[in-house]
Design a protein around this ligand. Structure first.
Ligand code: A2P
Length: 336
């Protein structure tokens, strides 16, 4: 059985990766409908060696499709996801628009694939935030084995998480600075080239940013455990692709670093780099790959139940496009 598939945001960074990965993973696509705004309707994109015309989402009839991958921003999903869902298209939404609604599943397939079953509530499944996804994949085996009481995490997030314009901004700023020119600042609140910015998304009343609070809310929903204490600091770094995370956890039962390595070595979706000199980095390991890379696993010298680790993944792939397609693979295997 093959499916008619819409990709909304087809001209964007995540949308283009979705189209590429659908092809790479041989997802059973019958007809592909790339959708964007009227601005880019009529453009061509490549799929399986053929040119396919980008259509205007505004005039598209979603009843022609069974599955829709949406990555065109929250307000665009707010507008089109209910229309598509009503027309019988199961929407897998990459934005934060529906993530916190109780009847909409929020899914990392390695962690809570069972939640996909609830897609029938609204015909919408939400894809989590990129930083949350890679943290969940790395921590789920430990949560199952000994229980996690608290997570302290600092992220090192690449500019691609903010879309194509942010990638261009980093490149242009590097160019300007290395040529002795003044860099233009538009995509972020500060210069990102040769700098790090401890602000991703807007500030909340509690002085955390929304990106940080997403990691709190989404950890609870995906793990199905509201008791886990989560304390994040989210930081933008001048890297093009791939997010790093320094994760420090406190477990309910004590566990040794060597036991953690054994658990993660057997877990799905993880490439374990168990030797200390083999730590993963964005460039050379995670970028362009679908796995979550884990290294620097060690006992926390400051806490008897503490474990530290360094987790890296490609935010556009496992953090967005790949995770969405893995959700769709479960959906068609088990439900459609
Ligand atoms: P368009 O090319 O027509 O602007 P990125 O995250 O890389 O910036 O990409 C955003 C994606 O979302 C693009 O494909 C963009 O299409 C699409 N998009 C943005 N706003 C809308 C909208 N109002 N309707 C449909 N697609 C939209």
């Amino acid at each position: 059985q093959a499916f008619d598939v819409a990709v909304l945001g087809a001209t964007g960074l995540v949308g283009q990766n979705i189209i590429e990965i659908l092809e790479q993973r041989e997802f059973p696509v019958n007809t592909l409908y790339p959708l964007a705004s009227a601005r880019s309707a009529g453009e061509k994109i490549k799929f399986k060696g053929k040119d396919v015309t980008v259509l205007d989402a505004e005039t598209f009839d979603f009843s022609k499709t069974q599955i829709g991958f949406f990555s065109a921003g929250g307000s665009t999903s707010a507008k089109y996801a209910p229309i598509a869902a009503e027309a019988g298209c199961v929407v897998i939404d990459n934005t934060s628009q529906f993530r916190y609604e109780a009847d909409i599943p929020l899914v990392v397939p390695e962690v809570n694939a069972h939640a996909i079953a609830d897609f029938r509530n609204r015909n919408i499944i939400a894809n989590p935030n990129c930083s949350t996804i890679q943290m969940m994949v790395a921590l789920k085996p430990i949560q199952d084995a000994v229980g996690i009481a608290r997570i302290n995490v600092a992220t090192y997030q690449s500019v691609s998480g903010a879309g194509r314009s942010a990638i261009e901004e980093l490149a242009k700023q590097c160019n300007a600075l290395l040529s002795g020119r003044e860099p233009q600042v538009e995509a972020f609140s500060r210069q990102i080239a040769f700098n790090v910015i401890p602000q991703i998304d807007v500030f909340q009343n509690n002085d955390y940013t929304k990106e940080e609070m997403k990691m709190v809310w989404e950890t609870h929903k995906i793990m199905g455990d509201e008791s886990i204490l989560v304390n994040p600091t989210a930081v933008r770094v001048p890297v093009f692709y791939g997010h790093g995370e320094a994760i420090h956890i406190e477990t309910h039962q004590p566990i040794d670093a060597e036991e953690v390595k054994a658990l993660l070595a057997a877990a799905p979706g993880i490439t374990l780099m168990a030797n200390r000199e083999d730590f993963p980095t964005q460039v050379g390991n995670a970028s362009g790959k679908d796995d979550v890379f884990v290294g620097r696993i060690r006992n926390d010298i400051s806490h008897p139940n503490g474990i530290n680790m360094w987790v890296v993944a490609d935010n556009v792939r496992k953090g967005a496009a790949t995770n969405s397609i893995q959700i769709a693979e479960h959906l068609i295997r088990d439900y459609l």
